[in-house]
Design a protein around this ligand. Structure first.
Ligand code: GDP
Length: 436
């Protein structure tokens, strides 16, 4: 994979369509546009051109073409776009013509975005935000992804990193002082208060888990004895009352789950009907996956059929007891809700309860962290800041305190992919006046 190749790929979906968009990025973009479409339009102005096969001159399609010179392009490189007709043969013919041009090759997965990152057009958190925008299935997910794409997480991380590096610069300066004698007390107080402040802000961000859960969906597991009515409930929900985002996936051997959109919130409902002992290795794998899923679920619906056991529910973070087949009998006590998948009774109430539970768990969409990667990096930063603070407060070796603070800066930098501590430190140092 060479980064000075010119790459191309269809940017629109697969299958027959009215229009298909082909993106081209790299040094040859301009020549390619000229070779296929003749006169190149003004930068960022659309123009209609007949695309021709370079060798034979045969016309391939009538297209809308765009020329977007770098660095003001998505990838930061020279880019071109061909909006061709979306017929399968048209698409194949244009892609074939592009592939025949020397130095021009199909893009690898994610290569356009990778180039955008390498050319400094977006940071890592924005790259993830972009992926999430494309994957967003519900309104709340879309909003969160857009905020990340626009830099909410990246800006916070950069602000923390700058703050940590400022504290580090002061610490390094006091290292010089300590050669000559004691660190001035007001300098030490200043460093400690800076670290305290950052420590508290990072702790606050870590305490909100709503972002990760919103990204992954609020998971509801249907559990209960065989014949409790789990599959029937899942089907009833899927058929009538909730907006299903994905079709029912999986096989009888695996976990069956449905992704739905409840008032803009992503809710994944998982049927663990396949939870039974088995000698089949593949089936065992499915069962163990279902068990893990139940344990990690945000909510378990424990389905109790008429005459069924009200005890024996699996361990769960949160559990609602649902009496099923209410059309037959509703004499069970101790149930939070009664439903009948046959008559539809109680389903609206159940859906409202799910929506309420999801809303409570996913929060207001104000979480900054949206992935485990962010959390892991920030947890490391938090630990290092704690250690650095303690060393300072206990008047431990300043070098060790400085090293911890340096580690914290690096960990925070992983969020945006900016981990080069030294260059920023040089810049900061030159602007500091310590009064020596
Ligand atoms: P699972 O093993 O928990 O998935 O249970 P199923 O969904 O397969 O249901 C077991 C049996 O109960 C099936 O014969 C269903 O038709 C029946 N059943 C499920 N829900 C209802 C209901 O609300 N009312 C009645 N009368 N029968 C139901």
């Amino acid at each position: 994979m060479r980064s000075d190749d010119t790459i191309f790929a269809t940017a629109s979906g697969h299958g027959r369509a009215a229009v298909c968009i082909i993106r081209i990025s790299g040094p040859q973009s301009l020549t390619i546009l000229e070779t296929l479409g003749g006169r190149v339009p003004e930068p960022r102005h659309a123009a209609v051109r007949i695309l021709r096969e370079p060798a034979s001159g045969e016309s391939l399609d009538q297209a809308l073409v765009l020329w977007m010179p770098g660095p003001r392009s998505f990838t930061g490189e020279d880019q071109a776009e061909l909006h061709i007709h979306g017929g399968l043969a048209t698409r194949a013919a244009v892609l074939k013509a592009l592939g025949a041009i020397a130095g021009c090759r199909p893009a690898e997965a994610g290569e356009f975005t990778r180039r955008a990152f390498l050319n400094g057009r977006m940071d890592l958190s924005q790259v993830e935000g972009l992926a999430d925008v494309i994957d967003a299935e519900t309104e709340a997910q879309r909003r969160q992804a857009m905020l990340q794409l626009e830099g909410r997480l990246g800006n916070a991380a950069e602000r923390w990193r700058e703050g940590i590096l400022q504290a580090l610069a002061l610490l390094e300066a006091s290292l010089d002082f300590s050669d000559e004698g004691d660190v001035p007390e007001d300098l030490e107080v200043d460093i400690l208060s800076r670290l305290d402040h950052l420590h508290a802000e990072i702790e606050q961000a870590l305490s909100n888990r709503g972002g990760e859960r919103l990204r992954e969906g609020f998971t509801v597991v249907l559990a209960g004895p065989p014949n409790a009515g789990k599959s029937t409930l899942l089907n009833a929900l899927a058929r009538r009352d909730v907006a299903i985002v994905s079709p029912i996936a999986g096989t009888t051997r695996d976990v069956i789950e449905v992704h739905c959109d409840l008032g803009g919130l992503p809710v994944v409902i998982v049927d663990t009907a396949g939870l039974r002992e088995s000698r089949d290795v593949i089936e065992q794998e499915g069962v163990s996956r279902a068990r893990t899923r139940a344990q990690n679920a945000d909510l378990v619906l424990w389905l109790i059929p008429p005459g069924g056991a009200e005890t024996g529910a699996p361990p769960a973070r949160r559990l609602l007891k649902v009496g099923t087949k209410a059309d037959l009998d509703r004499s069970r006590h101790d149930c939070d809700l009664f439903i009948s998948a046959s008559t539809g009774e109680g389903l609206p109430e159940l859906i409202a309860a799910l929506e309420h539970e999801a809303e409570t768990a996913l929060g207001e969409g104000d979480a900054i962290l949206t992935r485990e990667r962010h959390r892991k990096a920030l947890e490391r930063a938090h630990r290092s800041l704690t250690a650095g603070r303690e060393l300072l407060a206990a008047r431990g070796p300043l070098e060790l305190a400085a090293e911890e603070v340096r580690l914290a800066a690096r960990a925070v930098g992983e969020i945006t992919g900016r981990v080069d501590v030294e260059d920023v430190l040089d810049r900061l140092f030159s602007s500091f006046c310590i009064g020596k």
